[in-house]
Design a protein around this ligand. Sequence first.
Ligand code: DSN
Length: 489
Amino acid sequence: MHTDYLKAFIAKHSINEENLATVAYLANLDYLSRKSPEVAKAIIQEIHDQRSHLKLIASENYSSLAVQMAMSNLLTDKYAEGYAFHRFYAGCDNIDYIESLANEELKKIFGAEHAYVQPSSGADANMVAFWSILFKRIQSKELEKLGKKTPQELTFEEHEKIRQLMVNQKMMGLSLTHGGHLTHGMLMNASSKMFQIIPYELNKETHLFDYKILKEQVQREKPLVLLVGYSAYSRLIDFSILREIADSVDATLMVDMAHFAGLVAGKVMTGVYDPVAYADIVTSTTHKTLRGPRGGIVLCKKEYAEFVDKGCPLVLGGPQPHCMAAKLVAFQEVNTKAFRDYAAQIVKNAQAFASSLMAKGGHVLTGGTDNHLLLLDTRSFNLTGRQAEIALRQAGMTLNRNTIPNDPNGAWYTSAIRIGTPAMTTLGMKEDEMQLISSLMIDLLKATTAEKNNLAKVTIDDKVLVRVQNEVKHLLKQFPLYPEIALRS
Ligand code: DSN
């Protein structure tokens, strides 16, 4: 079946620079379909699925074909434990080359003192950061006191004493239900077992960062780590204030910028809103606003570099050289004016979306957004977040439900939906399209009725549903995903 796609394409087009990516992508699928029809079929279905639904998930994006192609090759076969030019295996010359270029490109993008590109996810990157902080601030000091260089020189008793000290440190992170991330100390995550977790919250009335209350709490608790970052917060954060707060108790300031890294890279968040300038250690994913492959990174000040570079053996296993290659491709794409324009448009789109929802009576938390996401309270439609998520997916819009601070419906059903603009912006959509989509969203939610006694079921007025489905289809036709990949001859 796929062979026909490729054959038809080759017959129809002369193969040149312009359609090289198409041929490469289709040839890849074609070959794969002969080796594993199941996998090829799932990939093709995923392309169809993503083409037929509007992607409004704030943490997703569309990576370039070049990024995707950089991952599908023999680099995956190589073991490269260690870090660039310091390996535990022979034959890593090409991996050294890729990893060191990726580090350099990343340092250039963010003006960072040191970069590390091995983590496979944001959660991995956070683990590297947590243990680097503990090794630097606790273990290395205790070793020094004992006049020893490495933990291998410790007696069992000495080691146990230091370990107890390390797992008794305090970390403060934004509570999950207030928009934080589960790796920031949620009780079902390992981070809450490694540290004594002191969650902090947003202001009860405004749902904004409350620096005054945070400062009081930090000065009372004196944590080793003050962690800042979010999965569902739509406003700017002044990192200069957080630096002062952290300094007042000698805490390490760690920022997880997974959600907004692309906005920092794209120079939308600059000055006091740029975490890299203020934090000791910064982590991120590479696949959200940064628009690269799935993965994680760590940036840090020089003092943390030797600990971060030991991500393996600290917590990681062998790195994924094919993913590091794809990260390098993405970083090269980010370091361009086109990406800076893209980042600025993401925010303009989110603001247009929020204003339009509010103009039609929607309740957007905090009254708008400064970044790539916004939270719409679904209670004014008499729906839980889960019901709104289900209804919108039926209409062709993919997004996720989200809690509001102190959510009365809990974390499973929730009271809001989270809307993000990075993926729609990648497709080329602008403010006009945001207005159209937000209108369709409001129409659809108004036409949705919650089922009695079931927080996850809805009925939707047929006429409205069909109209919204058709409008979404029409819009997606004008902004096709990967137009280079022709799956129809
Ligand atoms: N799962 C991501 C998000 O959706 O925000 C965070 O890891």
